[in-house]
Design a protein around this ligand. Sequence first.
Ligand SMILES: Cc1cc2nc3c(=O)[nH]c(=O)nc-3n(C[C@H](O)[C@H](O)[C@H](O)COP(=O)(O)O)c2cc1C
Length: 179
Amino acid sequence: MDFKDLVLYRQSDRKYDENKIVEKEKINQCIEASRLAPSACNSQPWTFVVADDKTIVEQLSKAAANLGMNTFAKHCPVIIAIVMEKANFTAKIGGVMKDKDFPLIDIGFSASYFCLQAADLGLGTCVLGWFDEKKVKKILNIDDKKRVPLLITLGYSLAKTRQKIRKDENKMCKYNRYK
Ligand SMILES: Cc1cc2nc3c(=O)[nH]c(=O)nc-3n(C[C@H](O)[C@H](O)[C@H](O)COP(=O)(O)O)c2cc1C
């Protein structure tokens, strides 16, 4: 797949083959792509916690399902939690001076590298922002003070590739002037 095809192929998959185990090497490749993602001042303020144990995945999926959202997570074989770590000194100072939440931005990059690498390996993912963070931290033994901005579901998708629904290019890109 060339890059454009990969970007079109990657989608939020919400139906997985729950009996098909995701190979450890493939998970490691996704982790490696995330590890190589850029971050402000190379701070890398993340830890990826991979849950592939059936009992833990089940508990996490319960923490993600609420008000009719994310019930599909119950049928995915792997869930990754991204823990936000402290930024390094320069990223912290830069963030304060420029009023920017660099760790959150960095985690977005790292998560997207994960999802694109997974797609390249024929795996499906869905980024989840909607979940009970307190429960997730308890299940994975993460300090209460830390934040978990995202979960990622991972598995072999049973969903068909959809057309992307996106704003028109002229609505999201301007040349030389915003207005
Ligand atoms: C930060 C973030 C949080 C998201 N949270 C959820 C979620 O909790 N549940 C869900 O089903 N999809 C979630 N999504 C997936 C988006 O709904 C999806 O990316 C968007 O609709 C575009 O569709 P596509 O990923 O299939 O191209 C999230 C995506 C991002 C980037």
